[in-house]
Write a protein that binds this ligand. Sequence first.
Ligand code: SF4
Length: 327
Amino acid sequence: LVVRYPSGTIFDRLKGAPGEVTVLDGVSIAVEAGETLGLVGESGSGKTTLGRAIAGLAPLSGGKIALAGDTVTSRRDRAWKTLRRNVGFMFQDPVAALDPRMRLSSAITEPLAVDAGLLHPISGRKRRRRARELLAEVGLTSDFADRFPHQVSGGQARRVTVARALAMRPKLVIADEPTAGLDLSVQGELLNLLNAIQAADDISFLFITHNLAVARHVTHRVAVMYLGRIVETAPTKTLFSDPAHPYTHALLNAHSPGKPATRLKGEAPSLKIRPTGCEFHTRCPIARDICRREAPPARELGASHTVRCHFPRGHEDLHVEREAKAA
Ligand code: SF4
């Protein structure tokens, strides 16, 4: 998938930046039926844009989305409506995602109404019945149907967004930072709920998070994003025990108190002026000349383990060198 957006100011152009920004650069990703695929990376790495593109909420500049036998390349495709039906989206900020003037029953069933359109509107009674069913599925009583968003807690609002994402009985749910801002006990309840929904309906999840502990707990596989590209994909256990990309290694260390940290040099570069060769070379502790010249191809390291690096697991040599110097 490729997603580009028009780029900003005349100053950017004067600095040599192109007239558009490539936010997703040839990302290829597959989610199996009943699987939870985690998508991790720093802010601005393109996680949310990828989720939105798969859900048909961000226009594609290139590539395609294949789902249940249909292929979509743009909103003009007939199959785009099928895609929208089959992919539910849980927005990052549940309160902002819900219209404050809309009762929860209407908010939850809005995807049904939009899908039916003006020609075949759904009756109010049918919408309310479906809203009550969906509320029950997410563990909320039917009296929530008549409430407004400001009358529920953060955890309850998150459950409402789950109900809304399930309204069309989707095959895939994209959960964008579903646990952000929740305290630990509410996080646990929500994760158990998503787990139960997946077990009952065999739904696939694309789980976007910056919280690696949560990703480790709930996912089957994890894809790591850097600057609009996937740099490593692996089964969750493998990724956490044997990361091959220096960026994955640094991310894990940054989230593991007590371990010697691999320092990431500087900030992530601007999407407007991408580094040559491997785009991580400006921050990579083991970058060599070839990294600055040539983009690394994807390499298979094992079952479902793919990495884009000229020197996968090269950070291990770095530690050996450091230990030798220290001795
Ligand atoms: Fe680092 Fe080179 Fe691998 Fe990029 S290709 S991550 S710069 S070692």
